[in-house]
Design a protein around this ligand. Structure first.
Ligand code: KG4
Ligand code: ZN
Length: 332
């Protein structure tokens, strides 16, 4: 089956085509316009999606060597995300599906992040534990099959990506902050400053990152006045290390508690190389997988891929379906 996937939950417009479980084209347009505001402005984001969707669909068809009439279905993110940007994508997708008289399915963005790991390794087998780390989510899931998900723990306040984005802002870096902190950290000493790690109780699989962010704020107040021997690179590396230590340790605890042989990491923060190495070390000799770099952050490929699984299974959406900015990943 040939499925076109559309992603517009935040500030990336992603369009991709999946054919029989394989991505045959994937194009992305990143909205740089938000950089000057230090974060995503929802109204601007919706309008930016609208401007490029048509063009991206044409480009993805061209790249795949397909015509619009070859499409057998459309998949689109229906949540979670920003209400306005989700609506832009869903309305566009509905128009396309209606015009072509093909089925449409609304896809959960978080679930699509998890399933992006099958693109990196099609031999991945259930059950596995997934550490989902993005700008909006930090969760640990036991994934036992399609629609068979158990939440093991989640953040009580900020998401890991949000902690990195906010930390970057405090350090005067650009948005999104995760890649900026990672780049600066490369020449820094991660052990220079001992930022707090909120492990909560041993074995507890919930997270908390708000204290870390506050301690960076306090540190920067003192830092500018006194200690000039510490470089910004060291602060970034130490801050990133605090996030990574908690994430990798808790993934290890989750693997121990569930007894799975394999873990996966999903979402934008999965692109972080320090996190990748720490998880591999923590989980050894268990297997740990990460999506391909291009499929860690938001993209249309993961939507097309999961959409094809749903549509092949006969699970199309009612054309009346609407967006859900607070959609949770649940069994269905
Ligand atoms: O999955 P994603 O693209 O969007 C959401 O669904 O939220 O994740 C975006 C998050 C941002 O917080 C961004 O700073 C973070 O992923 N991120 C990274 C890296 N690349 C993106 N964090 C750390 N290291 C990276 N290389
Ligand atoms: Zn995402």
């Amino acid at each position: 089956m040939i499925v076109l996937g559309i992603e517009s939950s935040c500030d990336e417009t992603g369009v991709a085509i999946c054919k029989d479980g394989r991505i045959v084209s994937s194009v992305i347009s990143s909205q740089v316009v938000h950089q000057r505001y230090g974060g995503v402005v929802p109204e601007i984001a919706s309008r930016e999606h609208e401007k490029v969707l048509n063009l991206l669909v044409d480009q993805s068809l061209d790249k795949a060597g397909l015509a619009v009439s070859d499409l057998g279905g459309v998949a689109v993110t229906r949540g979670p995300g920003l209400a306005g940007t989700l609506l832009t994508g869903v309305c566009f997708a509905k128009g396309l599906a209606l015009g072509l008289d093909i089925p449409i399915v609304g896809v959960n963005h978080v679930e699509a992040h998890v399933f992006a790991n099958f693109l990196a390794d099609p031999t991945l087998k259930f059950p596995f534990v997934c550490l989902l780390v993005s700008g909006g989510h930090t969760q640990l899931w036991l994934i036992e099959g399609l629609h068979h998900y158990t939440l093991l723990g989640e953040t009580r306040d900020d998401a890991a990506g949000e902690a990195l984005d906010k930390g970057a802002r405090v350090l005067g870096l650009g948005y999104p902050g995760g890649p900026e902190i990672e780049a600066l950290s490369r020449s820094g000493n991660p052990n220079k400053i001992k930022f707090p790690r909120a492990f909560l109780k041993s074995g507890n699989l919930d997270f908390s990152f708000s204290g870390l962010k506050t301690s960076l704020l306090y540190f920067m107040d003192d830092f500018s006045e006194t200690d000039q021997t510490i470089r910004k690179q060291d602060i970034a590396a130490s801050y990133q290390q605090a996030v990574v230590d908690v994430l990798s340790s808790k993934l290890g605890w989750a693997a121990d508690q569930t007894g799975v042989d394999c873990c996966v990491v999903a979402g934008g923060v999965a692109a972080n190389r320090v996190l990748r190495t720490a998880c591999q070390k923590q989980l050894f000799p268990r297997k740990v997988l990460f999506p391909d770099m291009e499929y860690c952050t938001d993209n249309g490929a993961m939507i097309a891929f999961l959409g094809e699984i749903y549509l092949s299974d006969g699970r199309k959406s009612n054309p009346e379906f609407t967006v859900d900015p607070n959609l949770r990943m649940e069994n269905r």
